[in-house]
Design a protein around this ligand. Structure first.
Ligand code: SAH
Length: 317
């Protein structure tokens, strides 16, 4: 209920309409081209979960938490709200029973094609997904930059780097490094307009398929929230392509959640179910990462924790 309510309010741009101050349900219904009575009920619900407040004149405004759903918030969660309860994801989640009973991913059975193929051919859903990945990255980036020093690397390749949010931030913080942003063609096409002229001069944008190859000659291969999308065999294939491409003395920097032991609350245990319904992947423990690294010719050297994900470092052997 909460996911759908946030999704609908985000999609109707209700949170953006409250940017300049309080509005009544009637005013918001007009802005959103929606029905006033059901919208008021939706807004009342959102006042019960600390996203909106209502004053004694029936005017709604954003709480501190609600501010995060504005499009122009620097760490906006709106793209994630747009994505999570959108019909194509919701449909796959509706088949969780089948995933547990018969095995995942059920996305393919519901939509007829694998998840990333679907995104490549459905422009609107693809654009929302890419924006959602960038907005999740905006939360991860300060933590990653605070935890790891990238300045020693000459050429950093971000494999499956989406539209460059992380790589551009790394290059900003590490002025001596060059970058290569590598992703599927439909994603790279959308990234071209997002790179500033200064960044475009330091970062090459390359479209391709990481199961075939990855750009050669990097001394750092970054992969953030990539391996959790794929089965062990698929991960070994991607990692083996990185192993072939990596310069001597280079570093593999996998950024993913590391699943906590049983009984501990852990967002990774939620994301893991998302992986189950959508793709062939899973969230993994440190031992599981070490095994994947070893099978692809890397040795896991250390795990640098951040509050949301870990930087799992490897060296070629
Ligand atoms: N690293 C980014 C994006 C993670 S989402 C971030 O953390 O925000 C997974 C990414 O893998 C998507 O951008 C998707 O387009 C990319 N991807 C999926 N299959 C791919 C393939 N075969 N080759 C290259 N990139 C691929």
């Amino acid at each position: 209920m909460l996911s759908q309510a946030l999704h609908v309010a985000a999609r109707l741009a209700v949170f953006d309409a409250l940017h300049d101050g309080a509005r009544t349900a009637g005013e918001l219904a007009e802005v959103a081209s929606a029905q006033e009575d059901p919208l008021r009920r939706l807004l009342r619900f959102l006042t019960s979960v600390d996203v909106l407040t209502e004053d004694d004149r029936g005017r709604f405004s954003l709480t501190a938490r609600g501010e995060f759903f504005r499009s122009d918030h620097p760490q906006s969660l709106r793209p994630l709200a747009m994505m999570y309860a959108s019909p194509y994801l919701w449909g796959a989640w509706g088949a969780l029973y089948d995933a547990v009973k018969s095995g995942g991913p059920v996305f393919d059975r519901v939509h007829g094609v694998p998840f990333f193929d679907y995104l490549g051919t459905h422009q609107d859903d693809g654009a929302i997904f890419n924006a959602a990945m960038s907005s999740a990255s905006n939360v991860d980036i300060p933590m990653v930059l605070g935890a790891y020093d990238f300045s020693a690397f000459r050429r950093i390749v971000d494999v499956g780097g989406g539209q460059g949010a992380l790589l551009f931030a790394i290059l900003e913080s590490s002025p001596g490094s060059q970058g290569i942003l590598y992703d599927a063609p439909s994603v790279i096409d959308g990234a071209r307009d997002l790179a500033s002229p200064g960044m475009a001069a330091r970062c090459e944008l390359v479209a391709g398929d990481m199961f075939q190859s990855v750009p050669a000659g990097g001394d750092a291969y970054v992969m953030k929230r990539i391996l959790h999308d794929w089965s062990d065999a698929e991960c070994v294939r991607i990692l083996s392509n990185c192993r072939r491409a990596i310069a001597r003395g280079g570093r593999l920097l996998v950024m993913d959640s590391v699943v906590k032991p049983p009984n501990q609350p852990d967002p990774a245990k939620w994301m893991d179910l998302n992986m189950l319904v959508l793709v062939t992947g899973r969230e993994r423990t440190e031992a599981e990462f070490a095994k994947l690294f070893a099978e692809a010719g890397f040795r896991l050297t250390r795990v640098v924790p951040t509050p949301r994900l870990a930087i799992i470092e490897g060296v070629p052997v």
